[in-house]
Write a protein that binds this ligand. Structure first.
Ligand SMILES: O=C(O)CCC(=O)C(=O)O
Ligand SMILES: [Fe+2]
Length: 314
């Protein structure tokens, strides 16, 4: 445990109104992003475009959602694995979550809202949609910076148009003990970029490249950004996609929310030729994210140390 507290995530500030592509400020932040993603795959972001009160009302809505009866929550089903209601798993008894597809599109969110609250709940839809839309600007900025810093910005439009936003909301019950209990198993994310925020209860732990775990303790109203395996594959291994998990102790429930940019089904993820050479041969054959997810949730996929390597490693 001693070494855990000593590590801290890099903190990067995206709040300046002058942060526009082409400015010196942009280039400086872009360099910080590249450095953080190469070394940790993860950083803490300050981003004032999501106002504090919106973040708080969104977390209030998330709590309201989890307070619904289980039977109601189970009505959120999805064709895609891990996109509907997930919970009541004996391996991770503290964990419950719900996926909201296309969370930045009001009609899509409201479609789910009326499944959960047949009488309607426009406030819920608005909080979720508005938060997702504003936060998606941070996702877009970061991805633009990544492509620019790798000299492949000519793919920017294609890259941006190849993804949707999923908002996954999570509740981890307090284990009612000072012992540390598993909240969510160690994993790498499978998508492009993940942006997390939480209530005041910490619990997220990230593994360094050397295999050491450290706890992420974001300051209030900031975000944790990390990259997933699909981006790791697309940049041909140039950025790190970190293992992370959630560990819980104490009485209080942890609420967290992740905005995931996710490749659309049918889009083949393939590293650009510019990122493949003799020194850095191609790591992964082109793959479809939805099919890869299908493999990940099979027994072989869950057993694999790296599901992506097993699925399409060269
Ligand atoms: O709750 C968190 O902070 C992390 C959740 C997570 O890692 C995930 O949903 O992929
Ligand atoms: Fe994750």
């Amino acid at each position: 445990m001693g070494s855990m507290a000593e590590l801290m995530l890099p903190v990067i500030d995206f709040s300046s109104l002058r942060l526009k592509p082409g400015t010196a400020e942009w280039t400086a932040v872009r360099d910080e992003v590249k450095q953080a993603l190469e070394t940790c795959g993860c950083f803490e972001a300050r981003f004032k475009k999501v106002p504090v009160d919106l973040q708080e009302s969104m977390l209030g809505s998330v709590q309201e959602l989890f307070d619904l009866p289980l039977q109601t929550k189970l009505r959120n089903v999805s064709r895609k694995p891990y996109h509907g209601y997930v919970g009541q798993y004996p391996m991770v008894p503290l964990y419950e979550s719900m996926g909201i597809d296309d969370a930045d599109v009001y009609e899509k969110v409201d479609g789910l809202t009326t499944i959960l609250w047949p009488e309607g709940h426009p406030n819920f839809s608005k909080n979720i949609q508005s938060f997702s839309e504003k936060l998606s600007e941070l996702d877009k900025m970061i991805r633009r910076m990544i492509l620019e810093s790798l000299g492949v910005e000519k793919y920017l439009d294609e890259h941006m148009n190849s993804t949707n936003y999923l908002l996954r909301v999570m509740r981890y019950a307090g284990p009612q003990t000072t012992d540390t209990k598993l909240g969510l198993n160690s994993h790498t994310d499978k998508n492009i970029v993940t942006i997390l925020c939480q209530n005041e209860v910490d619990g997220l732990e990230v593994q360094t490249k050397d295999g050491e775990w450290f706890s992420a303790q974001p300051s209030p109203n900031s975000f944790i950004v990390m990259i997933g395996d699909s981006l790791y594959a697309w940049v041909n291994g140039r950025l790190h996609s970190p293992h992370h998990r959630v560990m819980m102790s104490g009485n209080k429930a942890r609420y967290s929310v992740g905005l995931f940019s996710i490749p659309k089904g049918g889009y083949m993820i393939k590293a650009p030729d510019e990122l493949v050479d003799e020194e850095r041969p191609l790591l992964f054959k082109p793959f479809d994210h939805v099919e890869f997810l299908g493999f990940y949730y099979t027994e072989a996929g869950q057993r694999a140390e790296s599901a992506l390597k097993t699925y399409c490693g060269v």
